[in-house]
Design a protein around this ligand. Structure first.
Ligand code: NG6
Ligand code: CA
Length: 526
């Protein structure tokens, strides 16, 4: 049910009354507003905790994101659900731990839609509160119900799970089909040049990275040897759709422009913008204005490009005088990776830059670098600038935004999402007590303790046996130094780099965390 002004002000007063001694609207910095705020969630791709100057990076500078941090709340213990994209994004949008479900793993570009029609999502909840909801950017949660006709109506997809408007690509920038989709149709498709896509065999006559490496403008280091589109070979094969193919170098401008358009169009009514730039995921092919500008290489150039995109969104809000009426969140979907299958020189140019900041591991890994995310909340006049130590998980956004907009989360759905609105608004340092982290195996955090249990794997029906994992792509050359055990217990506050396994010293903590996880798994909700 859409909410009116009186109910909205009451709901905000309720958030603050239990936490702050003064009522919300009497806070010195608070400006009363007469409708629920617009919500902009900016979800970057593969940006690590240490990749932004507001989180301590010194080799790269992110002035626009830093300014957002300075005028908002900067979380230092915010987590994504998982160390890869699809499970992370699935959990954020649905409020359900991805590891509870089979098949929620990095998807090919032709995979079917993962979110089921009965599941609540952030946009569906906000839609019921009267918001207009938009997606601009990467999707990577599947499309269709098993087979996709790229030349016809592509559904179900984002529009069927809560978005009023969606301008997006299907999977990742390194996967076919390399085309934009608006709602149910490929953009700029010439019907006389139909698209076909395959992930198991070559189709069409176009060159591939495997057969024609001399045609590549970006060398590959692993995988990525399918169809060459615009000098870059991708995962998977496609043919046709020439007029619809994107240019990697203009993708950031295209998505940013669409996001700005969405805000302009909807400025007079409450809106949700879920803006998911492809930066800084591979292939890294920045626009000319950013290319070659950093000593730390192209990976840093695309960080600049991302900072520019964020700046454009913030400038638009300011120009339209929406700052005090818009809650903006900036975060990333999983930890950092330097060489992710293209040899773009980033690994040789790091020069001491630490993409995961103080943490061990990164994308794909169960260590804290895999899921500890930059996470900023800005709501001018309402959220007091500062730093928050609250432990939160991106999957809490659903219940928290439902609370903000006075919506009920439908029963039997979003079963792991917790209302941490007081923490998000800076009214409390209390977030969650515990959370589960996902990579190839699972870990449970409880306060400063973390137990990695390599016998626990994602999926409703996980394979029972534990095998030592293959070397994950980790950006840290020291990684080899530390042995992998089946049970690893770390004190994250004292040992953020997870080097001292305390499992033998604290068997009682190991047991408590194992039981807590077993209960979480068996009861089917948090
Ligand atoms: C991997 C790709 C990697 C990236 C990842 C998904 C290879 C060797 N690696 O399979 O480049 O696309 O999938 O990234 O092909 S994510 O951020 O969407 O999870
Ligand atoms: Ca990602």
């Amino acid at each position: 049910m859409a909410i009116d002004r009186r109910r909205f002000l009451q709901s905000l007063a309720a958030v603050s009354s239990g936490i702050a001694s003064r009522g919300f609207c009497s806070l010195a910095e608070a400006t009363p507003i007469d409708r629920p705020p617009n919500i902009v969630v900016i979800l970057a791709d593969d940006v690590g905790y240490g990749d932004l100057s507001c989180y301590g990076a010194t080799h790269v500078h992110t002035p626009r994101i830093d300014a957002m941090a300075a005028s908002g709340l900067r979380f230092v213990q915010a987590h994504s659900d998982a160390a890869t994209c699809t499970p992370s994004r699935y959990a954020m949008l649905t409020g359900s731990y991805a590891w509870r479900h089979d098949g929620v793993r990095i998807l090919p570009g032709d995979a079917k839609l993962l979110i089921e029609s009965h599941q609540a999502t952030i946009p569906s909840v906000l839609k019921s509160a009267g918001y207009t909801t938009g997606l601009v950017g990467k999707w990577h949660l599947g499309l269709g119900d098993g087979t996709i006709d790229w030349n016809g109506e592509i559904k179900p997809g984002p529009c069927e799970v809560g978005f009023d408007d969606a301008f997006f690509f299907a999977a990742t920038a390194d996967r076919v089909p390399t085309v934009y989709i608006h709602n149910h149709r490929v953009v700029n498709l010439d019907p006389k040049d139909p698209i076909q896509v395959s992930y198991d065999h070559k189709i069409g006559n176009e060159p591939t990275g495997k057969e024609d490496p001399e045609l590549l403008k970006m060398k590959l280091s692993e995988g990525h040897d399918g169809t060459i589109v615009d000098g870059i070979s991708r995962i998977g094969f496609m043919t046709g759709g020439q007029s619809a193919r994107w240019k990697d170098e203009t993708m950031a401008a295209t998505f940013t422009g669409k996001a700005v358009e969405f805000i302009e169009k909807n400025q007079h009514q409450p809106f949700l913008l879920y803006f998911t730039p492809s930066d800084i995921h591979v292939p890294r092919a920045p626009a000319a204005q950013f290319a070659g500008k950093n000593a730390c290489g192209v990976r840093c150039d695309v960080i600049d490009q991302l900072d520019w995109s964020v700046g454009q969104i913030l400038d638009t809000l300011q120009r339209l005088r929406l700052d005090e009426n818009t809650l903006v969140i900036f975060t990333s979907d999983n930890g950092p990776v330097v060489n992710d299958g293209y040899d773009d020189g980033s690994d040789r140019k790091l020069d001491g830059h630490k993409p995961a900041g103080p943490f061990r591991g990164g994308k794909y890994t169960i260590f804290e670098g895999g899921t500890t995310m930059p996470f900023l909340v800005r709501w001018t006049g309402h959220v007091k600038p500062g730093v928050s130590n609250a432990l939160i998980d991106q999957l809490d956004l659903l219940a928290s935004l439902a609370a903000l907009t006075q919506q009920k989360v439908p029963a039997g759905t979003a079963e792991d999402s917790m209302n941490v609105l007081p923490a998000l608004l800076g009214k409390s340092e209390r977030g969650r007590e515990s959370l589960v982290e996902e990579a190839d195996v699972l870990a449970i955090r409880e306060g400063h303790w973390k137990l990695i249990d390599r016998s626990q794997r994602p999926g409703a029906h996980p394979p029972p046996e534990w095998k030592p994992p293959a070397d994950a792509a980790v950006s840290d050359p020291q990684e080899q130094k530390f042995p992998v055990a089946r049970l690893e217990l770390y004190d994250i506050a004292a040992d953020p780099y997870e080097t001292h396994n305390l499992a033998a010293q604290h068997p009682e903590v190991v047991e408590r965390l194992r039981r807590a996880f077993a209960q979480l798994r068996s009861q089917g909700h948090s």
